[in-house]
Design a protein around this ligand. Structure first.
Ligand code: A2R
Length: 318
């Protein structure tokens, strides 16, 4: 059987490679010493691309692959892929929704508890011996009975709301349109921030949510407010966030994503009221395996049936 040529952008797991190699001939973009020459000479050979939410399909790759039929991306966010253009050209784009809802919601809970209960400084107090010499660690803030605002009440946002029930939270949210849910809707991020003590961003990235959380939103959240980002770095004006944390406009933050990741502003690294994680919200063995399996399933289904199991919304009618 002739194998189908697949262009791989970014890393994949051994399990994914093992599942794909019987049917696909995989070439790795980042293994090519002369990327421009490789794309010029071979770009037209690829009907299929496997990528991830971080790399998406870069412009030089998109321009060099005129015979593309399918893009299968590892991750739910696809702001680095021009899905509108691909949909208009009949090219299928698939992503990995739902299988990471629990893990991303759990990461928010982890960050929330860590910031509110001062896990990192408290751990430092315990392991440095300061407990013996300096006495007990100061009291911290409870996560119970808080007003929590969710920016983006989609699959993950709803899972976050479900988690918050365990902490007896009152849920507020902002999304493009109100949902049929027993929570309070706000028609702007600023109005949502003004109503809550804890604000979490879980919208997609891209132009429509660029800097949705800005200086005004942070001011509305207020001096006791905590902000969390498990969405995309682009959703937040990072400069405004640093300033708000420095001057006490808000009380603290938990951040898994950053505007220029993997670069993180030094100012954030110096703050005790901030907990930072390196974009690991979905990063468990179990969830990454489920995501990888879905990426493979989308490619295999495309090969066998010409369709994908989990197309992005723009490609659902193809
Ligand atoms: O379209 P709506 O009304 O359902 O709202 C969606 C909301 N959203 C926005 N809200 C306000 N302004 C916008 N410009 C805007 N664009 C989208 O974000 C919806 O409530 C939510 C997205 O939900 P899902 O499409 O179900 O995405 P999921 O699986 O929850 O993942 C969210 C994001 C990914 O795109 C990655 O960037 C990240 O989480 O991992």
């Amino acid at each position: 059987m002739t194998k189908v040529k697949l262009l791989q952008i970014g890393d994949i797991t051994d399990r994914m490679r093992d599942a794909l190699t019987p049917r696909f001939e995989i070439d790795v973009l980042f293994d090519q010493d002369d990327r421009a020459g490789f794309l010029r000479d071979h770009g037209a050979d690829y009907p299929a691309i496997l990528t991830n939410g971080h790399w998406g399909v870069p412009e030089d790759v998109a321009a060099a692959t005129p015979n593309l039929k399918v893009v299968s991306s590892y991750g739910v966010g696809y702001d680095a892929i021009d899905a509108d253009d691909y949909a208009a050209r009949g090219i299928l784009v698939a992503h990995t929704p739902d299988v990471l809802n629990d893990e991303v919601a759990n990461t928010f809970v982890m960050l929330w508890l860590a910031v509110s209960r001062e896990l990192i400084p408290s751990d430092r107090h315990a392991r440095s011996g300061e407990w013996e010499t300096g006495g007990n660690y100061p009291l911290t803030r409870s996560v119970m009975n808080r007003r929590v605002g969710i920016l983006g009440l989609g699959r993950i946002g709803q899972t976050i709301a479900d988690r918050c029930a365990a902490f007896d939270a009152e849920i507020h949210y902002h999304s493009r349109s109100p949902k049929d849910v027993p929570y309070t809707y706000h028609d702007s991020a600023e109005a949502c921030a003004a109503a809550v003590e804890v604000l979490v961003a879980i919208t997609p990235g891209g132009p429509s949510t660029q800097h949705m959380v800005n200086a005004d939103v942070l001011r509305a959240l207020g001096p006791d407010g905590l902000f969390f980002n498990v969405a995309r770095g682009s959703v937040v004006d990072e400069e405004a966030l640093v300033k708000a944390l420095q001057d006490g406009t808000i009380a603290g933050a938990g951040l898994d994503v950053f505007e220029a990741e993997p670069k993180i502003p030094d100012a954030l690294k110096d703050m005790d009221n901030v907990v930072l994680t390196p974009h690991v919200a979905s990063g468990t063995h179990e969830t990454r395996q489920a995501m990888g399996d879905l990426v493979v399933e989308n490619l295999t289904q495309w090969l066998e049936e010409g369709s994908v199991r989990t197309p992005v919304p723009e490609c659902r009618d193809l």
